[in-house]
Design a protein around this ligand. Structure first.
Ligand code: SF4
Length: 434
């Protein structure tokens, strides 16, 4: 008769993880070499476990969602980024530009559904005047005065500076400041994080060479922070990018966040690790600031009189279908899970890591709550940029589904507004805790 023995616990098969574990337990910043180990080790369970330790320290027992609506006002775009399946040229089949009546109607529907946020992005439409954008925000402000307007990625804002004729090639910040001040007056509340892709000149040349590069993207977010606007950021990975380039991207973002947090009064560690030889972050003199320990004080909207900061990093897996890079396979499950975990571990000064269910699928986003993510985004409704779930652009989930997904993962579901304040809700009426 065969005797069955109890299964052994999975050992840590990669000793290189142990020095990283020590740093994570002490809340120290990980190096780019640590990032390489996390990306390349076969000991995936330890990577996920470490990310969960950090995620649970910062957000013990809870995960976030929101009731939101996405609004893609136009898919007409002057550029042709290779990874993009959304953009169309004027007159091409499927192109559209929403008029103000459509936008107002969306505003009314947002109020009826109790949404707290509009997420507004579109192509670089060369046929729309600057006033279209200020009027869009003003009209939404009138019909949906309480709905937060998170609008326009960095590349759209540089495009707006161009069409408003305030863009200067040698001083991006000046033109963008002019644009952001007017949009803020019209109702802009914060910036989404798209358009960052992967900050690397090789990737930029190969996949989106006519789009703004890292310097201009960072300039836009720096100006937004100086104006007291919170922003977000993304990393579109799994196309022509390499692991080293993703890690450089993360280093640049966390140094940019060091700068934002230092402005808010965080002191940090002047001796902390800073990667050498990265041009985009060399000018930043702020000390290393981490937020990944028990009791770390996260920045709050109340600090916005001193400036804004990055709230969330959202890693976005590349979808090849319909793009000029259709021959590439795109990333799959384990890589997506690992990338969320590595992002949580490397971006130690970002309050939130989002698993965007639209691009990850809801079951995968749920799993990612165990791998570093603390947010799965919202009800969305219409989303034209990527169609991961089926063919249509109607990509809606219910509040119940979001709460169930979070609850099944073992966390308390917290409805948040765009600025991560807790929402108290009674049907479509709501208010935020201040
Ligand atoms: S990614 Fe953005 S800028 Fe590039 S083609 Fe698509 S819509 Fe245009």
């Amino acid at each position: 008769m065969t005797t069955l023995s109890a299964p052994k616990l999975i050992p840590n098969t990669d000793p290189a993880i142990e020095s990283i574990r020590e740093k994570v337990l002490k809340g120290q910043r990980l190096t780019l070499e640590d990032g390489q180990v996390l990306y390349r080790t076969t000991d995936i369970w330890s990577v996920l476990e470490l990310a969960k330790i950090v995620r649970d320290r910062i957000h013990p027992g809870v995960a976030y969602y929101n009731i939101n609506r996405h609004l893609n006002y136009s898919n007409v775009c002057a550029l042709s980024c290779k990874f993009c399946e959304f953009a169309r040229k004027q007159g091409e089949e499927g192109e559209y530009t929403r008029d103000l009546d459509y936008i107002k109607e969306q505003g009314r529907k947002a109020v009826e559904s109790g949404a707290t946020e509009f997420h507004i992005v579109g192509g670089l439409n060369p046929y729309l005047p600057f006033e279209y954008y200020t009027e869009m925000l003003c009209e939404l402000r009138k019909v949906a005065p309480n709905v937060h307007l998170k609008a326009f990625t960095a590349v759209e804002l540089v495009h707006l500076a161009r069409i408003a004729k305030v863009y200067k090639r040698d001083d991006t910040q000046a033109g963008v400041r002019w644009v952001l001040q007017r949009l803020k007056e019209a109702g802009l509340g914060s910036l989404p994080g798209g358009g960052a892709e992967v900050f690397d000149e090789r990737v930029h040349k190969e996949a989106f060479k006519t789009k703004i590069g890292a310097h201009e993207w960072l300039d836009v977010h720096l100006v937004a922070h100086e104006l007291g606007l919170n922003t977000n950021c993304t990393m579109l990975y799994g196309h022509v990018d390499q692991i080293d380039e993703r890690l450089r991207h993360m280093e640049i973002l966390r140094r940019s966040q060091d700068q934002a947090l230092h402005r808010l009064g965080y002191e940090g560690d002047p001796e902390g690790y800073i990667a050498e030889g990265i041009q985009e972050s060399e000018q930043i003199t702020a000390p290393v600031i981490t937020l990944n320990m028990d009791g770390s004080k996260l920045p709050t909207p109340a600090m916005s009189n001193r400036g804004g900061y990055y709230q969330t990093i959202t890693p976005l897996p590349f979808f090849p279908d319909g793009s000029a890079l259709e021959h590439l396979p795109g990333p799959a499950g384990i890589e997506n899970l690992r990338t969320i975990a590595v992002t949580r571990l490397m971006l130690d000064n970002f309050p939130h890591v989002k698993a965007f269910w639209i691009m990850q699928t809801l079951p995968m986003a749920q799993l990612m709550l165990e791998a570093g993510a603390d947010d799965i985004d919202g009800t969305v409704v219409w989303y034209d940029i990527t169609k991961a779930v089926g063919e249509g652009t109607h990509q809606e989930t219910t509040e119940l589904d979001l709460k169930r997904a979070i609850g099944e993962a073992g966390y308390q579901a917290i409805e948040r507004d765009t600025l991560y304040r807790r929402v108290e809700r009674d049907g479509s009426s709501w208010k935020v805790e201040v």
